[in-house]
Design a protein around this ligand. Structure first.
Ligand code: M6R
Length: 364
């Protein structure tokens, strides 16, 4: 049941802290604080490169995975949505990693991409929630998220669980490749283990999120901006808003705004920025100044330090706990998904069963 929540989505949003914790517990040894992967039929240090593929939100999790694997594990990564990857037929040398991400493990395009990667002699590693699924059976190894059943069509907790697994996998691969030393490894693991508590704190910000929702519910179009590792969080926010509130939203890498979408901006197009005060903050800040100069209403997810610098610029700020840049995509996803939920409530849509959508897309 919904345990007293109005919708499964609301219940599942509240499960984020527990699900992140459980998922990490399965993959990080509590005593040694080392990543413990299931037995692999291949050596992580011998993988030359990875191909990541998935659909929808799972694809956005994969995009975060690319940033992590490239920047931290120094592993070359190619990524595409599964509906493209399955027909791209990229030239691949044997022994690479095919990394599939799927909540259900039944998505038709992702499954077809898995089979294509297997035919190209890649090692198949799947990040799945349903461990009895078809993709689980057809993978060399499955890394389970411990998200429990996700009923709401809009994915919530499965997304942060996917990210948690990908973060741990990044650390394991980085270690195996010698790109992550023991001190960096312990730092990253500490950041991950701290996340469930930080995630629980996000729910204290519901008033600011509801204020943002009021602005967005009036809009016909919304622009989400993010940079680097938080750009996929902007994509996730825009998808979730479209899915359940039927408001048109697009996400752009903040630096791309002046290459086109800036022409859309006026008072009727709110700008939602995912902007932790990490290294790219100043760049995003100047993008937001440009948007504001054109009349845009600026709504920002940031930390306390960022909030202080946005005082004159932003109309509404949601203050997210201060965390290391590495884990920002996991933490910032939560308020961004809550925002979509609050807008859908204002719009009175069928939150758990949005029109035209199925939980699991098992046809092409
Ligand atoms: O079961 P999967 O993770 O393979 O599903 C992939 C997408 O269909 C899914 O993430 C979809 O985009 C969600 N409705 C997003 O909220």
């Amino acid at each position: 049941g919904k345990d007293g929540y109005r919708h499964y989505m609301e219940k599942e949003l509240h499960e984020h802290p527990v699900v992140i914790g459980q998922t990490l517990q399965r993959i990080i040894d509590p005593v040694t604080r080392q990543i413990t992967l299931p037995d692999l039929p291949f050596a992580l240090e011998e993988i030359p490169r990875a191909v990541i593929t998935a659909c929808g939100s799972a694809f956005y999790a994969g995009l975060v995975g690319r940033y992590w694997l490239e920047a931290e594990a120094r592993l070359p990564v190619d990524i595409d949505v599964a509906s493209e990857m399955r027909y791209r037929n990229p030239p691949l040398s044997e022994g690479g990693l095919g990394l599939l991400i799927s909540q259900s493990g039944e998505t038709a395009d992702t499954l077809a991409a898995l089979r294509g990667l297997r035919a190209a002699k890649q090692h198949i590693l799947s990040v799945l929630n349903v461990e009895t699924s078809t993709m689980a059976r057809e993978s060399d190894v499955t890394l389970g998220m411990v998200a429990g059943p996700e009923i709401s069509v809009a994915s919530t907790k499965a997304f942060t669980a996917q990210l948690s697994v990908l973060a741990a996998l990044t650390i394991a691969i980085g270690q195996a490749r010698g790109a992550i030393g023991p001190a960096r490894q312990q730092h990253l693991i500490a950041c991950l283990l701290d996340l469930p508590s930080r995630a629980a704190e996000v729910f204290g910000q519901d008033e600011a999120i509801r204020a943002m929702a009021q602005v967005i519910a009036e809009a016909r179009d919304v622009l989400y901006l993010g940079r680097g590792i938080c750009f996929p969080v902007a994509l996730e926010g825009a998808l979730k808003l479209k899915e359940i509130s039927y408001i048109h939203a697009e996400a752009y890498a903040a630096g791309e705004m002046k290459h086109g979408p800036i022409s859309l901006i006026d008072r009727t197009v709110p700008i939602v920025a995912i902007a932790p005060s990490t290294i790219l903050f100043d760049k995003t800040l100047s993008n937001l100044q440009e948007a504001k100069a054109r009349g845009g209403r600026i709504l920002v997810f940031t930390d306390a330090k960022g909030a202080a610098r946005l005082r004159d610029l932003a109309e509404i700020v949601v203050v997210v706990p201060d965390v290391d840049a590495f884990v920002t995509p996991i933490l910032y996803t939560i308020p961004v998904q809550i925002l979509a939920y609050e807008v859908a409530l204002l719009k009175g849509t069928d939150v758990d069963q949005p029109r035209n959508l199925a939980k699991s897309v098992t046809v092409e």
